[in-house]
Design a protein around this ligand. Structure first.
Ligand code: ATP
Length: 202
């Protein structure tokens, strides 16, 4: 049996990655949600939990085994070297988990791996192709503020500043999806779906 093609799907905060993924899901495409899975592994992967405790201290976890998010956020966002250390633990764990998941989906023509920082972490290099969702910053900001009522304009803009630019995303991506207030999503997804199926069958 031939291996499925592995396609990354990414885009800036609020661009509409999850919305686009739901359309691909309705077409029967399996999707690995790397960010959600990373959170799951931080709680449930014993090896990862031990590594985090040994580097950032026992207080990285609460008594009930939950990740002490506020403590860890304070530590890693105060110094970029600490964030790099945490990423160096989480990324290999997610990569291994993805590999296992990928092997369990061998019957499909292609699978998607959704990750917010696909280009920033360079994990796109281990995938066959990428899809990137684009929307103007102003639209993304409005959508995120509507979705996440606890977030402020400043917080969302700070996240946008930490992410890579749309210019670089356009340079690196194989397929682009425009998700502004005028473009229709479903026809764009269908076109890419057909293109991937065609190239997967060649
Ligand atoms: P994040 O990076 O924060 O996870 P995301 O890229 O996954 O965000 P979504 O959660 O899919 O983005 O979309 C952000 C918000 O915008 C959601 O509330 C979603 O319902 C809404 N949204 C997405 N696309 C559209 C659209 N074309 N028209 C109107 N609202 C949209």
């Amino acid at each position: 049996m031939t291996k499925p093609r592995s396609i990354g799907i990414t885009g800036g905060i609020g661009s509409g990655k999850s919305t686009v993924c739901r359309i691909f899901e309705s077409l029967g495409v399996p999707i690995y949600y790397a960010d959600d899975r990373g959170k799951y592994l931080l709680k449930n992967d014993k090896g990862l939990v031990e590594s985090v405790k040994s580097i950032f201290g026992e207080e990285s976890y609460l008594a009930d085994g939950e990740l002490n998010r506020s403590y860890l956020a304070k530590v890693v966002f105060s110094q970029s070297s600490e964030l790099a250390k945490l990423n160096a633990l989480v990324h290999p764990a997610v990569a291994k988990d993805f590999e296992q998941w990928f092997n369990e989906h061998s019957g499909h023509s292609y699978v998607l791996k959704e990750a917010a920082l696909l280009f920033e972490t360079e994990s796109y290099k281990s995938l066959d192709e990428t899809i990137c969702v684009f929307a103007p910053k102003k639209v993304r900001l409005e959508r995120v503020l509507l979705r996440d009522i606890q977030r402020t304009v400043q917080q969302v803009e700070q996240i946008m500043d930490q992410q890579t630019s749309d210019r670089l995303r356009r340079e690196l991506t194989t397929y682009s999806i425009q998700n502004d207030s005028e473009s229709l999503l479903i026809p764009q997804v269908m076109k890419i779906h057909k293109e991937i199926l065609r190239s997967a069958s060649n």
